[in-house]
Design a protein around this ligand. Sequence first.
Ligand code: GLC
Ligand code: MN
Ligand code: MN
Length: 396
Amino acid sequence: MSACGGAYSPEVRRRYFITGPQWAAAYEGHALFHAPTRKPVGFEDTIREYARIGIGHWCTHDTDVIPTGALGKDGQEEIVARIRKALAEHGLECSMVTTETFHHAVWAASPAAEAPEVREYAAWRLANTVKIGHELGAKFAVYWPGSLGYYVQGAIEETQTLAWYAEGLNAACEADLKLAARHGRPTLKHCMEAKPFEPQAEILLPTSDAMLSFIASGLLTHPEMVGLNPEYLHELMWGAAPRAALARALTAGKLWHFDINDGYRLKHDVDIAVGLVNPLDWLNVLVLLRSHGYNGPFNLDYKPPRTTSNHGVFAVSFPTAVDRFITLWEMAGEAIADPVIAEATAALKAGGGVKDTRDAEAIVAANRELLTLHELIAHRMVQILIGQHRGRTFSV
Ligand code: GLC
Ligand code: MN
Ligand code: MN
């Protein structure tokens, strides 16, 4: 870090609502074609290391920390108590809890499978996660319905499956209303997260837009309790402009939580750390969020590369990801206050001043020079990104 010109202090990093997932730190580098390259990392180590770095919030899947067989039993209570202790010891907060409804064999036909016992088990698992969330002081619950879809078509009926999926969310919201009253806490914000492909061949709710329509479909008993957790890469993967997808979520009042990472269009879910692939797009995304007063979590949902060691995960991967985010966020503030962009934007909004608004040719003529400002604004964003606006030039 010092060879790279330094880093933000843990105190500065803690000022941002940055959250670190248990599963991101614990990722062992494995995949379908990949054997693990790192050793497992338990929650005590993750929480301690996040605290040292200055990541002030932690989140987890239920089964990242509690074995499936121990859920709902005494083992769960013991582990939750250990987590509370570790969080308190290191001054961290639990921001979010999420249910693993994709890995275990019980989800082979999705959490909204035909068999009623699978759906009842799913509803119980979601409610149990909400319970854990209240016990740990979480404010958000996330739902990534990874296996909601199919490999072979025709076997499931999509409208029925979606209605069944809604029943699970409804059960979670009902449980939350009771638990929140019992704990004297507000209800959680329930956030759906879309991914366009993987792990099913065909996904029933592949995008944040699909989820917005699902939330508004009438299938949910408490649509006001359900919003979105878009993931940057999951939108990019299907070919979206992530910033436009986020704008649609903002417009619907449903942008509550945000998974930050990076990657490539139309590829698999590579979960690269924020800003390593598309820093310019990231800068633009953060301008949008800053200018709309987004104040939810920025969740570091990425995977340290397989080539990074266990030591490197906490010495290099997480601190550099956090620092790129902070820098891009501060640059976004600079872009919003930039006098060149402000003047250009104001000029564009003032228009050409044509009085006869039924005269297309006159409108074209009056706007022709103004519209060149689009390219000037784009240049200015790149200047801010690379520091050229502060006089960074190369001698020729
Ligand atoms: C899985 C997904 C990740 C999602 C998380 C929350 O880990 O890969 O994208 O955010 O589940 O449920
Ligand atoms: Mn995610
Ligand atoms: Mn992902």
